[in-house]
Write a protein that binds this ligand. Structure first.
Ligand code: AMP
Ligand code: MG
Length: 351
């Protein structure tokens, strides 16, 4: 398969209706369209067509036991694809939909097993991005869309990232500029007695507990021994990983800076190039080959938004080793550290 994806640019305030209708036709005919959402770019196919889902796995090189999230753009469309909607899920939907929240329910018959990776449950999200909403409606209302990256690479936060990974395997890319949040949605599983967070995101555990009362975090996310596996199949894979070895250095700022500089100097003596993931507060304190400012600790959204871009950008430079500060920020810290730890293969050093 080697064709060139058509790239169409538009913004939420200036939609290109003609292109959206064409994109919808591509989806209805079993093709694939990448599109922006408020979290990351998605790779869309018709969620009710098993062949479209198979194509998504093939394009991404994604294991087919890793289920896809079904995207809807109207609240009333939910009941057709799920069997049972618990009252608490409705409360969350009212508060956070449309938005960066995915909920898991028992699936109805019309959702093919190919879309759910063989599971009897289905993950559903109603995104707030207008381009995403219009595309979903144009494509028939149910769009399966994992992140639009090659499996294992950092998720795409710009259309250029999508083109880099999938430009020659899919039909169309809608370029809506940089995404707003930059990390994938929070996933809450409602097939459990107590709602269970399978993936942290912009909406934190504390925010969910504030709305629902008891909510638990999947133990598989917190414990990384061999026996305790995350419940979401996708969370077990090494993911978001840059090509160079990434290590997180955690501790108070002064110690972290000192430790990273010490390691960078040793690497230089060994003939290895070092990259550093720093913040605007610390960047000037480091000495090494490549220093990337991920954002500011004063505005944690900037850190979330640039994480994947920074990880990707190291792939274009020939650094051998990367060090990152840790980012346990107030709201998104869980989500940022979940992704960063996976990118680092859980390699973290306390100083
Ligand atoms: P992505 O599409 O790349 O954002 O990844 C979707 C994530 O949702 C993966 O980690 C999947 O394993 C998870 N997921 C999707 N559907 C289900 C489901 N029915 N049960 C558990 N996890 C799911
Ligand atoms: Mg993904």
């Amino acid at each position: 398969m080697s064709k060139k994806a058509e790239i169409v640019a538009m913004t939420e305030s200036e939609l290109n209706q003609e292109a959206l209708i064409r994109a919808g036709e591509i989806l209805k005919n079993g093709g694939l369209v990448a599109f922006p959402t408020e979290t990351v770019y998605g790779l869309g196919g018709d969620a009710l067509n098993p062949e479209s889902s198979m194509k998504i796995y093939a394009a991404k090189g994604r294991p087919s036991d890793n289920p896809l999230i079904v995207h809807i753009a109207r609240m009333e469309d939910l009941k057709k694809i799920v069997k049972n909607i618990p009252a608490k899920a409705m409360v969350l939907a009212e508060k956070y939909w449309p938005g960066p929240l995915t909920m898991i329910f028992e699936k109805s018959e019309i959702v093919p097993m190919e879309t759910t990776g063989g599971l009897n449950s289905v993950a559903v999200r109603y995104p707030s991005d207008r381009i995403a909403q219009e595309l979903i409606l144009a494509g028939g209302g149910y769009v399966a869309a994992p992140s639009a990256n090659t499996s294992g690479r950092p998720s795409p936060t710009t259309a250029a990232h999508v083109e880099e990974d999938l430009g020659s395997t899919i039909d169309m890319i809608i370029d809506g500029g940089s995404v707003g949040i930059g990390l994938e949605s929070t996933i809450v599983d409602f097939t459990e007695e107590v709602p269970l967070v399978l993936r942290p995101g912009y909406i934190s555990l504390e925010m969910l507990q504030e709305t629902l009362g008891e909510v638990r975090m999947d133990r598989g996310l917190l414990i990384t021994d061999e026996k305790t596996r995350p419940k979401a199949p996708g969370m077990k894979y090494r993911h978001y990983a840059p090509k160079a070895d990434l290590t997180i250095i955690e501790g108070d700022e002064e110690c972290v800076v000192k430790e990273i500089n010490k390691r960078a100097e040793q690497n230089a003596r060994d003939g290895k190039k070092t990259g550093i993931i720093a913040t605007s507060e610390t960047a000037s304190l480091y000495h090494c080959d490549s220093i990337k400012v991920i954002g500011s600790r004063m505005e944690e959204e900037t850190i979330a938004k640039h994480l994947y871009e920074v990880l990707r950008s190291f792939d274009d430079e020939d650094v051998d080793v990367i060090y990152s500060e840790a980012f346990y920020t107030p709201q998104m810290g869980q989500a940022i550290m979940n992704r960063l730890l996976k990118a680092a293969g859980h390699h973290i050093i306390q100083v």
